[in-house]
Design a protein around this ligand. Structure first.
Ligand code: BMA
Length: 358
């Protein structure tokens, strides 16, 4: 997909992926492109959203690393319109990420997804640079401050970012053109379960971490990313949502990570997305449900009776559900053949609102 074609064909392409017709003509084609990916996301008709799945082509229930296989495709015949992958482990120079996905395979699948006209988003569950624990190691509440104030720790973080930059720059299609991706580091920072979370750093430190990230990747020559900001559901107002919003125009996608745990999902998603809608409109950003799902999908009609209605009031470019883990029993968020919500998922995939890569 070439830049010029995207400029004019983006709305058609988004529509062609699903047979969804753009419903209004208000999405303008801007002359100064930040990144053609922004244009493609902005071209998603207001009434539609891209469906995404984390690690979709890597593994699923009862299988791993089988060429072409995907639980989503096995159920509905189509790949997700968006593939999500995680870079955790890349910072250390590992061959595989924290969930056992080889980075070479990830690069291949990113390129394939781009070739089929689909979208890619990358998260980063990186290690804790100070304690050498994982992302969830919150035993030291000064990690972000140390990265910012201690020269040696800062250099370590920069070298980790250089590894990320090298991977991002290696994403090229068969014609040598950049494959553009959404990068979503420092997510769910409004909770305190990651070392960059709410109680683990100040507002200014969190913002400085973002600046360090964007500046370093830019210095490293990365041109193929746009950044997504994705708090959890803790912010209850636009003001709270924006409290740690990075300065400048780093962020292009605003989202929320919101899962179903027991009752109240519809209401929580609705509140979270109302805030996202407002911020997206005020700042001309792209709204998304950056992570969601119901672990174990113990509800035969979750897709059309819970998820679709919960999203119905909101404009969204995309929705991502989390992984169908090969390594943790019951940890899955998309159906697989025979799973109780599989038939309902087919109806969801046939719904004119949802965009898959077919
Ligand atoms: C979490 C879980 C973990 C996984 C991590 C990064 O939500 O799925 O098992 O390691 O995401 O993918």
């Amino acid at each position: 997909m070439k830049k010029k074609i995207w400029l004019f064909a983006a709305p058609l392409m988004a529509a062609a992926m699903i047979g969804c017709k753009p419903t209004d003509g208000k999405k303008s084609v801007k002359e100064n492109l930040v990144n053609p990916l922004v244009e493609r996301l902005e071209a998603i008709p207001d009434t539609c959203f891209i469906f995404g799945h984390h690690d979709d082509p890597m593994y699923g229930i009862g299988w791993s690393f089988e060429e072409g296989r995907s639980d989503v495709k096995s159920v509905c015949g189509k790949y997700p319109g968006m593939m999500s992958f995680d870079l955790g482990g890349l910072e250390l120079g590992n061959d595989k990420n924290l969930d056992g996905v080889p980075f070479d395979k990830m690069r291949e699948e990113i390129i394939k997804q781009d070739q089929r006209g689909g979208f890619i988003t990358l998260s980063w569950h990186l290690r804790n640079p100070k304690t050498e624990g994982d992302s969830w190691d919150v035993s030291d509440s000064t990690v972000v401050a140390t990265i910012l104030n201690d020269a040696q720790m800062k250099r370590k973080m920069e070298s980790w970012l250089d590894n990320v930059a090298n991977f991002l720059k290696s994403l090229k299609d068969k014609d040598g053109k950049d494959v553009n991706v959404i990068f979503r580091p420092w997510h769910e920072h409004t909770g305190s379960w990651f070392w960059w979370g709410q109680k683990l750093c100040t507002d200014d430190e969190y913002k400085a971490l973002w600046k360090l990230t964007a500046d370093r990747l830019k210095e490293d020559g990365v041109k193929n990313v746009i950044y997504a900001y994705s708090p959890g559901t803790e912010p209850k107002t636009v003001e709270q949502y924006l409290k740690r919003f990075p300065d400048g125009d780093i962020i292009k996608v605003v989202g929320v990570d919101c899962y179903q745990y027991g009752e109240g999902y519809a209401e929580t998603v609705d509140k979270g997305l109302s805030i996202v809608d407002s911020v997206a409109q005020q700042r001309h950003l792209i709204p998304a449900l950056t992570e969601t799902g119901f672990e174990g999908l113990n509800d035969a009609t979750w897709w059309t009776q819970t998820l679709l209605p919960a999203l119905s009031k909101h404009k969204l470019a995309y929705v991502v559900v989390w992984r169908n883990a090969w390594d943790k029993e019951g940890h899955f968020y998309a159906p697989y053949p025979g799973q109780i919500s599989a038939d309902d998922f087919k109806r969801f995939a046939d719904n004119p609102r949802t965009i898959f890569a077919d």
